[in-house]
Design a protein around this ligand. Sequence first.
Ligand SMILES: Cc1ncc(COP(=O)(O)O)c(C=O)c1O
Length: 400
Amino acid sequence: MDELDRLRSATADLDAPFALVDLDAFEANAADMTRRAGGTPIRVASKSVRCRALLADVLGRDGFRGVLAFTLPEALWLAGQGFRDLVVAYPTVDRRALRALAADPEAAAQITIMVDDVAHLDLVDRVCGDPAGRPEVRVCLDIDASWRPLGGRLRIGARRSPVHAPSEAAALARAIVARPGFRLVGLMAYEAQIAGVGDAGGAGAGARLRSLAIRGMQTGSGRELAGRRRAVVDAVRAVADLEFVNGGGTGSLERTARESAVTEVAAGSGLYGPALFDTYRAFTPRPAALFALPVVRRAGDGSATALGGGYPASGPAGPDRLPSPHLPAGLRLDRLEGAGEAQTPLLGTAAEHLRVGDVVFFRHAKAGELCERFNELHLVRGDRVVDTVPTYRGEGQAFL
Ligand SMILES: Cc1ncc(COP(=O)(O)O)c(C=O)c1O
């Protein structure tokens, strides 16, 4: 049985649109990620999974430890469901959630919030009141991992933390340690320009040149970051006992895990294997998370039209952020219509063979965002649906 027949047979009783996770692919991806991390524990990036059952599944596997959450309300919700060791990856200014954290010693012991500015500490004090009257707030210091070659005239990487140099990190660490009511427990530096940018290129001279430029950039940036990360960790460890130093993402697991200053890596997208992760030389995730749309009509010109499908991914808008038809093979989007809100025309030789009522499987460009479109994930093993689990959205939880 080929892949298309297998998936169609497994989901024959379901009415599309629906989303599924192919467990064999998901498990193979998890195993490959731990292999690439080479023994360094992986903190699972929950924004790239957005399904409580699958997060719990991953955390039950060797090689995964702790959650990299994306908002404080999410971390509080997960803590209430029994998840432990949650680091919120982005600064929070959510007053209600901060008050809830300060009022719940058990949650406060499990959740670490992200800071890169004393303004973050000031806000916690303003919202949560007297530091003596609340549990210690665990904080992680976010370090800028961007590369600033040419004497700092160029900045390559995401605009995140303002804390770049070891001296800046040590100064902020001292400010945190001097403040009652906070405990500095971790450091994080996420190298988006390496972990989130594929280096494999594609067909054509332009794509080959681009991929060569990306490889050069990533080698230079990786070298600079390894040295600076070590210096930052040494400078901050002189001020505070750190429980963890987090770095990396799906695209950089082997490179980041090799750095001795790093105690854990973060990753999530590799589990679902979305289309943007097809462009890395070091690994090839299997497409595990898919969504299915029904063919509802044919326009009479050889195209087939599927219902819905307009689920673009976040980031700089462009064709690579659109979903891609996966199976049957040989389908493509119409450049003029893309993936539409109510309907998505499909072109290509395979479109001519599609009939009304057929199901087409798509991949999302990114990982967890797919779960904001569906209430459930059907878990497929072989040619059977073995379980159906709610997404965050299906549990009424929309965090971002
Ligand atoms: C702080 C941080 N760490 C790690 C990651 C990597 O996540 P993923 O493996 O899903 O690409 C991200 C993704 O944006 C991130 O923001």
